[in-house]
Design a protein around this ligand. Sequence first.
Ligand SMILES: Cc1ncc(COP(=O)(O)O)c(C=O)c1O
Length: 383
Amino acid sequence: MIYLDANATTPVLPEVLEEMLPWLREGYANPSGSYAAAKLVRKAIEQARAQVAALIGAEPEEIIFTGCGTESVNTALHALDTLTGQGAAVVSSIEHSAVLRCVENLTRARELVPVDAGGRLDLVALSTALDGAAFVSIMAANNETGVIPPLLEVVELARARGVPIHTDAVQAAGKIALNVRELGVDLLSLSAHKFHGPKGVGALYVRRGLRFAPLLSGGGQESGRRSGTENTAGIVGMGAAASRVMRQLTPHPAAALRDAFEARVLAEISGVTINGDVTHRLPNTSHLSFDGCDAAGLLILLDESGVACSAGSACMTGKQRPSHVQLAMGIPEARAKTSLRISFSRLNTLEEALAGAAAVKKAVEKLRRVQGLGVGPVTVYSP
Ligand SMILES: Cc1ncc(COP(=O)(O)O)c(C=O)c1O
């Protein structure tokens, strides 16, 4: 398999797995225990906390481990909802469903801030929405297009109005540099499996001094901020992955692969559109529309060639509706249904990127032959 779906999940790095295994074998003690074996587990968890904190420039005590990125987001939004007064929850229209569904379930009003054709946040609309808002949540990078919103400006607008801010950095972490002190956010969500750590473990940064209300109550683990016996191996894996990816953030190892893939696709296939602002994009993500090609058909042909990628976000796969992200960008429904997301990980090679491009070309040509549809010119979105 040529795996080009890194925004859905990434393979665990072999050295990360090695670091995890002892904590699934002999290191099984409950870290809340008072005996030596438990203290060893506690020490490993605290080391991982420091490693995850370092990835985002935080202090270890500002990191809470959670069961996944979704739980991290829900914990952050629950805390903000509980501790803020009246006002709307302000989010962008292209947030991941973890944010969108969560705010839908709150009893307070919500404001969806639009994006333009390049997937860029409308800062004027945001500024208006922030007047009288209770809190705001804007992602650090979009999972489908890879577009990176201007978080510094978002924080500045929010700060000026005293509105606390959460950012869903699940896709951004490990792909671009993130520093919570420089960004000035109050809460930030992470998920290990998006940066070569294991699935089922996430983290939430909570700025020191921020009032907090836990989502999960119980045994009081994580200083009472997230009850539940710790997933030691997962946490150790998250810490190990964080410290590995930090060593090579810029340039991201997949950036050259993504660029080579896109260059080959644009040179050899007509009727291709790159979606999203290419000047503010994750280095590993390519979101492309292919005139006259149904994405579901492309995925089947690519799968037959051994290439794994996504139509829209992984969470949308199987649904016939175009993704909310593409619709929010004003991409016409017909074109939205022709879009693929190809996302590279640190473990991909140039050979795989080029073989992926060749497989896409073959699939597009076959579908167009079968469907006999006309093809437009190559379009690159220019901001
Ligand atoms: C932007 C974003 N937020 C949150 C999540 C949810 O993370 P997890 O799968 O760890 O629950 C994802 C996963 O696709 C994501 O891409």
